[in-house]
Design a protein. Structure first.
Length: 339
């Protein structure tokens, strides 16, 4: 079995590559990644020398390059993680989100048609469903919830999902889609809430909470997500969408306070800042379908997963300190200074 994993030098893709190389030593895993600001070869260091693993630098939106790769590698399965993934960046500069998330997905789908594959899997997000109100805790996203996006990021991901489903219906391409809630865990890029708060806390810097901090996210430990994708690509039904979520809802403020307390810092570090435009209030996944059809359920509770994650950031300072000391500082100043 040969799998091309796109975006494997990023957070979830990197964890997925580690998981698959360990679990299936007889598989060939080819990681295709453009190494944007979010891609990091250090994330792949533990697998770089494993037999059956190969890294290729390239852009999923580069048709000539992608076709050549498919011709050379003849993959059985494609798992597409490659994307621009940060909502705030999509608000300041949407163009690259359309290019990578929509055009890039289209190029991969065309390559799959041209060269033939057993499965194309699209890693999507719960953000395609928009948000839920805070005063209706009984509501959850199911696979039939209408798409109703809020940000250029989520609109680009929903567009990609529609393309994937269209290629299934029109060209009979064997596709699956998973829509996952917020992930956390090792190798999470420090622009995102949890690693940003851990890094700032450790450096005694202010902790910028958007609005009142009452927005709710449904946190899923990244390895639980990787297990779900593994199950879908092997046993999921072609043409189907699967929601993946942890039933671990927390307000942003709860998350930030948990991190502060775990690191023994003062809650005075919290700084309420101007809200994100169009900020989604609550995400909450109903994972009944993947549970009933494939037997998947999350195994890591938030209270345990956050401890393991903090531990990882404490033990792997060189990984994230290198990131936040470079170009990232310009991004941080632009995003947070005088906010
Ligand atoms: P990330 O930003 O950490 O990593 C993205 C990776 O894709 C990077 O390695 C980057 O270099 C690569 N990449 C970007 N543009 C590329 C291109 N044009 N060609 C090839 N590679 C390119 O993202 P992540 O958080 O790991 O998310 C992975 C996927 O999961 C994304 O599709 C995202 O939409 C989806 N997702 C993420 C979450 C989450 O909580 N992080 C939740 C649900 C879904
Ligand atoms: O500094 C911050 N302060 C803050 O209050 C940051 C970076 C975020 N927030 C809030 C905004 C959100 O309500 O925390 C929440 C989480 O923010 P992000 O980490 O940016 O994640 P989110 O916008 O929820 O999107 C994530 O989950 C769905 C991923 O980045 C997406 O790629 C995925 O599709």
């Amino acid at each position: 079995m040969k799998i091309i994993v796109t975006g494997g030098a990023g957070f979830i893709g990197g964890n997925f590559v580690h998981y698959m190389v360990e679990k299936y030593p007889d598989y060939e895993i080819v990681c295709l990644d453009k190494l944007t600001y979010a891609g990091n070869l250090e994330t792949l260091e533990p697998v770089m020398d494993k037999p059956g693993f190969k890294f290729v630098k390239g852009d999923i939106a580069d048709r000539e390059f992608v076709y050549k790769l498919f011709e050379d590698e003849k993959p059985d399965i494609i798992v597409n993680f490659a994307a621009e993934s940060h909502v705030d960046r999509s608000i300041s500069d949407p163009g690259i989100f359309l290019q990578t998330n929509i055009i890039g997905t289209g190029v991969l789908l065309d390559a799959c048609r041209e060269y033939g594959i057993k499965r194309y899997h699209q890693v999507s997000t719960d953000e395609v469903y928009g948000d839920l109100p805070l005063d209706r805790p009984d509501l959850f996203f199911t696979e039939t919830t209408p798409l109703h996006t809020s940000s250029p990021y989520s609109a680009s991901k929903a567009s990609a999902d529609l393309l994937v489903l269209a290629y299934h219906r029109t060209f009979k391409l064997p596709v699956t889609i998973s829509r996952c809630s917020n992930n956390y865990g090792p190798y999470h890029f420090p622009e995102k809430l949890i690693p940003l708060m851990i890094a700032n806390c450790l450096n005694d810097k202010p902790l910028p909470v958007y609005g009142k901090g009452e927005n709710v996210r449904d946190w899923l430990y990244v390895i639980d997500h990787c297990r779900a994708i593994d199950m879908i690509i092997h046993d999921g039904k072609v043409g189907e969408v699967y929601n993946i979520g942890g039933h671990n809802e927390r307000t942003n403020l709860q998350v930030v306070e948990t991190i502060i307390d775990a690191l023994g810092k003062s809650r005075d570090l919290i700084q309420y800042v101007t809200d994100r435009p169009g900020h989604d209030m609550r995400y909450a996944i109903d994972p009944t379908k993947i549970h009933d059809e494939l037997g998947w359920e999350p195994t890591t509770k938030f209270d345990d997963g956050i401890k393991q994650t903090i531990e990882w950031y404490l033990n792997n300072k060189s990984w994230w300190e290198k990131i936040i000391s470079g170009e990232y500082q310009n991004y941080y100043d632009k995003m947070y200074k005088d906010r």
